[in-house]
Design a protein around this ligand. Structure first.
Ligand SMILES: Nc1nc2c(ncn2[C@@H]2O[C@H](COP(=O)(O)OP(=O)(O)OP(=O)(O)O)[C@@H](O)[C@H]2O)c(=O)[nH]1
Ligand SMILES: [Zn+2]
Length: 213
């Protein structure tokens, strides 16, 4: 990517709130865009049943589903003094995101492990954090990385590992029209071989007690 392309990527209209990858939400543009899309597929946007679709519902939906690009929507990651430095593993966190290629959902499950340093976090915050990060147009690889690096920073953890398994609606409903699972894994900080084994074992046990979704 040359520097001009890079600049173009980060100079989109942010609604005047922030600049860079953390963007504001432009409700008016969302409204106009949704109206145009309805027109593109041959619908009359002023029909009673779909007036609110472009005028309110789609903009509200998009605002919610892109919250992961806005810091003010980030859950409060209240931490407390670590009582232990042993590995914390949370399996089976539901994950719903949107692919940046087709703007269709991909969903599945995330597993997260972290080794605390000085601070720990309430377990529910791991679920909230995955939900927040998932609310953006992204790829599964980038999302997995965002969760791992973001959590490591939030928690000041010695190490974080994240595994995501998901099914992409862009592959199910169109294109190859096949339902498969994709698994991605990322690590931040240091993670010993024993930590990795414990993480894998927890994921394996989760797999035997659920269908992974
Ligand atoms: N690496 C990666 N690819 C993704 C993700 N979500 C969707 N894709 C892929 O994005 C690709 C887009 O391919 P393109 O050739 O640019 O677009 P397309 O012609 O619509 O592709 P088809 O889906 O094969 O019809 C497809 O191969 C999808 O499977 C993701 O999270 N990560
Ligand atoms: Zn897609």
């Amino acid at each position: 990517m040359d520097s001009q392309e890079q600049q173009a990527e980060f100079q989109y209209d942010t609604g005047g709130e922030t600049t860079g990858p953390m963007a504001g939400f432009d409700e008016q543009k969302a409204r106009e865009g949704a109206r145009l899309l309805l027109e593109a597929v041959g619908r009359n946007p002023d029909e009673a049943g779909i007036y609110d679709t472009w005028n309110r519902r789609v903009p509200e939906m998009l605002e919610t589903l892109t919250e992961g690009t806005r810091h003010e929507a980030k859950p409060v990651m209240r931490t407390f003094e670590a009582e232990t430095d042993s590995l914390v593993v949370k399996t089976g966190i539901p994950l719903h995101s949107m692919c940046e290629h087709h703007m269709l959902p991909f969903d599945g499950v995330a597993h997260v492990a972290y080794r605390p340093d000085e601070e720990m976090v309430g377990l529910s915050k791991l679920i909230r954090y995955v939900r927040w990060q998932s609310r953006q147009l992204t790829t599964q690889e980038a999302l997995t990385n965002d969760i791992a690096t973001g959590l490591a920073e939030e928690l000041g953890a010695r190490g974080v590992a994240v595994e995501v398994t998901a099914t992409h609606m862009c592959e199910v409903m169109r294109g190859v029209e096949t339902s498969t699972e994709t698994t991605t894994r990322e690590q931040a900080g240091t993670f010993s071989e024993a930590d990795r084994d414990q993480f894998r074992e927890a994921i394996r046990r989760h797999g035997t007690t659920s269908d992974g979704h």
